[in-house]
Write a protein that binds this ligand. Structure first.
Ligand code: FNR
Length: 193
């Protein structure tokens, strides 16, 4: 069947530019014949991580739902804002909760990281920081990250990037990532024979 890619917008804001970037990325995957699952942080409710809560009540429903969505995909994309040159607390909190599930779903998954930011330098420092917990968990983080600067002015009404060169680069990054996921899935199938 077709490859399945989860595209996750990591901001809770209604008018999130990262949600917009996630939609665009999902559309590009669909155009490349992948099955896409578009998700946002707001779909998964969870409290702040607390070891007492985990002991008493187990994992929150939102974390288990996010785990299911990650498990069902062949690869995932996170579109995350950069907060203070790092990972937003809500995203780190979600990763921390989901990392407590066994089997741990981030392990051996391919992921691509993208960011949208109103700043002129983009959100790349946040993405570098996001690599640390993901790689620790065994995710294979795609080397080429995409960061959209000046993001409040970055989209056309149709939801594409206003800058045609950037739109082309995003599209190429998506295709390259998809090719890697495909090769990896095929390799795993061959191993099982
Ligand atoms: C920010 N923002 C920000 N932007 C950036 O490029 N580098 C940064 O270090 C920070 N730091 C930061 C800290 C905090 C606490 C907030 C609330 C915001 C701005 C941020 O990029 C902006 O709010 C984006 O619009 C967030 O993305 P969404 O929510 O629109 O997807």
């Amino acid at each position: 069947g077709p490859l399945r890619v989860l595209v996750f917008g990591a901001s809770l804001r209604t008018d999130s530019v990262n949600a917009r970037l996630a939609s665009l990325v999902a559309r590009l995957f669909a155009e490349a014949d992948a099955e896409t699952d578009l998700a946002g942080m707001g779909d998964f409710e969870m409290p702040l991580y607390n070891g007492d809560v985990e002991l008493d009540q187990g994992l929150p429903q939102g974390a288990l739902e996010l785990r299911d969505r990650i498990e069902r995909c062949d690869g995932f994309v996170i579109s995350s804002p950069e907060y203070n040159a790092s990972v937003p607390g809500v995203l780190k909190n979600a990763i921390d909760w989901v990392s407590r599930v066994r089997p741990q779903p981030f392990k051996d998954k391919n992921a691509m990281l993208v960011s949208a930011s109103p700043s002129l330098v983009g959100g790349n420092r946040g993405l570098w920081a996001l690599r640390v917990p993901l790689e620790h968990l065994g995710t294979r983080v795609y080397p080429d990250m995409f960061s959209l600067a000046n993001a409040y002015q970055g989209f056309t009404d149709g939801g594409h990037l206003s800058d045609a060169v950037l739109q082309q680069r995003l599209s190429e990054t998506v295709t390259s990532f998809l090719r890697l996921v495909e090769a990896d899935v095929r390799y795993v199938v061959l191993q099982r024979r």
